[in-house]
Ligand binder design. Structure first.
Ligand code: NAD
Ligand code: LMR
Length: 342
């Protein structure tokens, strides 16, 4: 790709050496999150400004006309990094050779529902998509599941893709982490960039535990600045129920912040988290006593293209009680979808 390929060429794309294009699949591409996500991927925010991409977009038949419009707008944005756009309602085409997959397409909840109430409607989607990933994606594919209930949907996709190592299937709790950062930053009166190493344990549900014990605020321990009563009360409640609060206020579930968190998650996985602890839900290998296979959010670092669970953090009584609560909730969700697990 040369300098003259587009007026909006990103600086890095012009100076860095261009890599071989990768294939990036996005499901639910004509939905609300898709509309925010695709422009961030296409501009280089996720995979880097010297990484060309081919976009492979999946919708269901009723969404195909909206997808046509989204594809027209993507073309009209003339992104220098975009080396082709395919739109389809066939997962086998969308996932063909995919190096990274964003599993977004599924129904959002309404304000009278919990996320787990979506499993009957959304769970079956991840059976067929897991099988298609197994059949046609790159063996090194990295998958982020955003569609709710995302931990259990990732479990379903992973179970239906036996040839792909389970560590390549993740679910998104980065939005919850970002919400926790936002709450601490606001209370401390500092920008979000000053907050490090707060992370989420467990399920993307009301039981999640945003753990502040290792968090720093401009280099100081957050727990020395703010009291446990705040962290275990209003802070935890705000983070855990923020999704519902947004649905009530907007009349629709979070979309731009969800897309932004999906970018953060995949960017760190792809490019590294620079030694920082980040939240990734992935199939447990028994870490912290969490039963094997449950897709559980752990403290992680991203290094050399891998997600590595930070295994040696001390767990106090409160943290253990929250881990136990999340294990119980996820075991219940797993039992409810046992017939979808292949
Ligand atoms: P949306 O209704 O705006 O868009 C969903 C899109 O998915 C629609 O265009 C629909 O046609 C498409 N779709 C449905 N079934 C599909 C399938 N089988 N294959 C491909 N596409 C399909 O919803 P949204 O606001 O974009 O939210 C999508 C999902 O993300 C919801 O389940 C929502 O609850 C979830 N979500 C998760 C998080 C998180 O933090 N994990 C945050 C926000 C939203
Ligand atoms: C969120 O946390 O914003 C999403 O999971 C949407 C929802 O249903 O709360």
């Amino acid at each position: 790709m040369g300098k003259g390929d587009g007026d909006n060429a990103v600086m890095g794309a012009e100076v860095g050496e261009m890599k071989k294009p990768i294939r990036v699949a996005v499901t639910g591409a004509a939905g609300n999150i898709g509309y925010a996500l695709l422009w961030r991927i296409a501009s280089g925010d996720c995979f880097g400004t010297n990484q060309p991409i081919a976009l492979q977009l999946l919708e269901i038949p009723p969404g195909m006309q909206r997808l046509e419009g989204v594809m027209m707008e993507l073309k009209d944005s003339a992104f220098p990094l975009v080396h082709g756009i395919v739109g389809t309602d066939d997962p086998q085409i969308a996932f063909e050779g995919a190096d990274a997959i964003f599993l977004v397409g599924s129904r959002p909840r309404t304000k009278d529902m919990d996320r787990s109430d979506l499993v009957a409607a959304n769970g079956p989607i991840f059976v067929g998509q897991g099988k298609a990933i197994d059949a046609v994606a790159s063996p090194d594919v990295r998958v982020i599941t955003v569609g709710n209930p995302c931990n259990t949907n990732a479990l379903i996709a992973c179970a239906n893709a036996p040839s792909i190592p389970s560590r390549q299937f993740t679910a998104m709790t980065r939005l919850d982490q970002n919400r926790a950062v936002g709450q601490i930053a606001e209370r401390a009166g500092v920008p979000a960039s000053k907050i490090h190493d707060v992370f989420i344990w467990g399920n993307h549900s009301n039981t999640m535990y945003p753990d502040p014990r290792f968090a720093t605020v401009d280099g100081k321990m957050a727990t020395e600045l703010f009291e446990d009563e705040w962290f275990q009360g209003p802070f935890l409640d705000t983070v855990a129920t923020r999704g519902k609060e947004i649905i009530v206020a907007r009349g629709a579930s979070s979309a731009a912040s969800a897309a932004s968190a999906a970018i953060d998650h995949m960017r760190d996985w792809w490019q590294g988290s620079n030694g920082r602890i980040v939240s990734v839900a992935l199939p447990s290998e028994g870490w912290y006593g969490v039963p094997e296979g449950l897709v559980f959010s752990f403290p992680c670092r991203c290094e050399n293209g891998d997600v590595v669970v930070v295994e040696d953090l001390p767990v106090d009584t409160f943290a253990q009680s929250k881990i136990d609560e999340n294990v119980a909730a996820l075991l219940e969700e797993r039992a409810a979808v046992s017939e979808l697990l292949g």
